[in-house]
Design a protein around this ligand. Structure first.
Ligand code: R5P
Length: 296
């Protein structure tokens, strides 16, 4: 087996360590016009190749690099190709929202199928129906058990598990089931698709003294901020935030820091760059979860 990734991918390094392998690095040459040439630096003939890719931050560029990496592996005789894409960029465009739009995720899925990828391993998808779009073997893992363990360790008392929107109810229910069926609720969020602005309009369920907001993605941070303001307006005392994917676009880190949160717990599905880290941020590793899946 070969674990292929960019040399600076820390999650890939952790995964490789757990499997007792070294990373097989990629050489990426950039031309003046922005085109890139991708080369796998070791032979992969007859190997099971696992490509670990972080496609967040610059999804257009990183998906192209991933497509080229798959092609390089295939062309050089890889026996099977598994992609570890912990955060599947474009997953929020998994269906048509408005007339005239493209379904971006379907384009990614068709391309990976055409490139002959055998399997995808990913984590906490926005919708459980996404695997149906990919007509190949698909492992949809979840960080929910890791978060349940961390909530127990933190000994948080008298709290409601809160989904910051109605679409996230399934996730908080799953988390609640691992926490002795802890009380859960959801805030009613409304995002303006043109401006990105978020408003809250009521909620479902009751709020206890404290709250743990749980979401799949923190991108702009506006969803968390709206839920936080709503909870504070409903006399909630302490608020923790748990979210699988720290996309942290624009000034999300500043928005998170501006709230009086106890902690913001995320996974390393996306590496948070130094300039976006802040004192109350905690990162839980998913390397073990993924290496077990690779070894299956
Ligand atoms: C949306 O339905 C997702 O579950 C997240 O709530 C959303 O992607 C977070 O985005 P943002 O941080 O930009 O509000």
């Amino acid at each position: 087996m070969k674990i292929v990734s960019k040399a600076n991918n820390n999650l890939a390094r952790e995964i490789a360590n757990l499997i007792s392998l070294e990373i097989t690095p990629l050489e990426i040459t950039r031309f003046g016009d922005g085109e890139e040439r991708v080369r796998i630096e070791e032979k992969v003939l007859d190997e099971d190749v696992v490509i670990v890719a972080d496609v967040s931050g610059k999804p257009n560029k990183f998906y192209m690099e991933l497509f080229f990496t798959v092609d390089a592996a295939k062309r050089n005789g890889a026996r099977t190709i598994t992609l570890v894409i912990p955060y599947l960029s474009y997953q929020r465009q998994d269906h048509l929202f408005r007339d005239g739009e493209a379904v971006s995720l379907e384009v990614i899925a068709k391309t990976l199928k055409a490139l002959d990828v055998d399997k995808i391993i990913t984590l906490d998808l926005h919708s459980v129906r996404i695997p149906e779009i990919f007509r190949l073997q698909f492992s949809h893992l979840s960080a929910i058990p890791l978060f349940a363990d961390r909530i127990k360790e933190l000994k948080i008392k008298n709290f409601t598990l809160v989904s910051p929107d109605m679409g996230g109810i399934r996730r908080v229910k799953e988390l609640s089931a691992l926490l002795d069926n802890n009380t859960f609720a959801a805030v009613n969020k409304d995002r303006d698709l043109d401006t990105g602005e978020i408003k809250t309009a009521g909620s479902q369920g009751e709020f206890l003294e404290n709250a743990v907001i749980f979401d799949d993605i923190i991108a702009s941070g506006k969803t968390i901020k709206a839920a936080y303001d709503f909870l504070k307006g409903n006399n909630v005392n302490k608020v923790w935030v748990f979210a699988t994917h720290p996309v942290f676009s624009q000034d999300a880190a500043e928005i998170l820091e501006s709230m009086d949160l106890e902690k913001v717990v995320v996974t390393n599905s996306i590496e948070v760059p130094k300039e976006k880290q802040f004192p109350r941020l905690e990162v839980i590793s998913i390397a073990n979860l993924i290496s077990k899946e690779i070894n299956k």
